[in-house]
Design a protein around this ligand. Structure first.
Ligand SMILES: Cc1cc2nc3c(=O)[nH]c(=O)nc-3n(C[C@H](O)[C@H](O)[C@H](O)COP(=O)(O)O)c2cc1C
Length: 351
């Protein structure tokens, strides 16, 4: 049995951090322990209500899936154990690596190519039957999560109304506005990337609107503009129209909103995204309306009435299943600016 080389370890970890994450921030540290990788996380309470833990788990799931796929490239089977030690809640994953035991998963080619696209218009055609079958196969065998497509106007319109309300709230609500704009790295300018946070150039804001958008990061300016309905326009521009015009609009739901189910949904979401990339499409996640509907979202600043109304809206569509991720896909030119990542060495745990 061949040992895993330092280059292979490095490639696996590098691939892991290329996974998408909420606001381009993976709050993890890696520790190598023989043929195991331990993943430490800054989150130490995984069962809290609200949506921050759902964002963390989806991102962690995507990171784990990338690592499994990258390991397979080297013939290594990676077995993931989520929260392996109840006495160490900060130890999020223990990953056992077995060389010579895996078949290469061709999705590894897509890991460096995948990026979030936020261009206003994604073009068609929608996925054909064979492409849809590939994507649907990712979730078919797993009853804990399900992929749904919103295709007809009757399907899309009620969902779009919920999505628009949540995205509008991000500009209307002072707490959400602060969360949104502090993640944007205006300090790097519109042409450069950033290792963490969102480089403005990756946001798909059209050239003539950039100055105005940058000014809206100041709450007094945003509040004043909202008197003239700016939040409604932004909800329409950033969410409703792009999703209405997108060739495909997908939703990932879970049967239970517990920790393993959401983590597994994050893994599945990453496979969906990489497969979408392989099929020559781009993707933008838009989970706000699902997240703000979760129990406990009000503790993070979501008005209780909005949380309840979003929850009721999703219940009407999906019954007892809980949406955790919504996304649009289609064809678009590659983005000129994409989010970067810090050097892999900065993710190694220091002792
Ligand atoms: C759980 C999760 C939630 C996200 N939510 C949004 C979102 O609401 N809007 C958006 O444009 N991108 C969203 N993203 C995409 C991230 O911003 C993106 O992955 C990150 O900035 C890194 O960029 P990259 O995907 O181009 O590598 C989300 C990603 C994840 C994993």
């Amino acid at each position: 049995m061949e040992a895993i080389t330092p280059e292979q370890f490095r490639n696996m970890l590098q691939s892991a951090i290329q996974a998408p994450s909420a606001d381009n921030h993976h709050p993890v540290r890696f520790q190598l322990d023989g043929s195991r990788i331990l993943v430490h996380h800054t989150r130490t309470t995984w069962e809290q209500p609200g949506y921050q833990r759902v964002l963390d788990l989806l991102s962690l799931g995507a990171l784990a899936e990338n690592l499994v796929i990258a390991a397979s490239r080297h013939g290594v089977r990676a077995e993931i154990n989520l929260l392996p030690d109840p006495d160490q809640p900060g130890l999020a994953l223990s990953i056992d690596l077995q060389p010579d035991e895996a078949q290469s998963d061709p999705l590894w080619h897509e890991i460096p190519k995948r990026h979030t696209s936020r261009q206003f218009r994604f073009r068609g055609p929608p996925f054909d039957v064979a492409e849809r079958a590939q994507l649907d196969a990712i979730t078919h065998a797993h009853p804990s999560y399900t992929l749904h497509w919103l295709e007809t106007a009757a399907d899309r319109n009620p969902a779009l109304a919920l999505m628009r309300r949540a995205e509008t709230e991000r500009f209307r609500n002072r707490i959400l506005h602060a969360g949104l704009f502090t993640a944007i790295r205006f300090d790097v300018g519109w042409r450069d990337t950033s290792e963490t946070g969102l480089p403005p150039g990756a946001l798909g804001v059209e050239l003539p609107l950039r100055g105005l958008f940058a000014a809206l990061r100041h709450w007094p300016v945003m509040r004043m503009a909202n008197r003239f309905g700016a939040h409604h326009l932004l909800g329409l521009r950033s969410c409703d129209l792009p999703c209405r015009l997108a060739p495909n609009l997908g939703v990932l739901t879970v049967k239970k909103i517990d920790t393993p189910s959401v983590f597994d949904a994050g893994r599945a979401f990453q496979r969906i995204w990489l497969t979408t990339t392989r099929l020559g499409r781009v993707l933008q996640p838009m989970p706000a309306s699902a997240l703000y509907a979760l129990d406990g979202a009000d503790a993070a600043g979501i008005p209780k009435a909005l949380q309840q109304s979003l929850a009721e809206g999703w219940k009407t569509r999906f019954g007892s299943r809980v949406p955790v991720m919504l996304f649009r896909t289609g064809r678009a030119q590659p983005s000129f600016v994409t989010a970067g990542r810090p050097a892999i060495d900065s993710f190694m745990k220091a002792f």
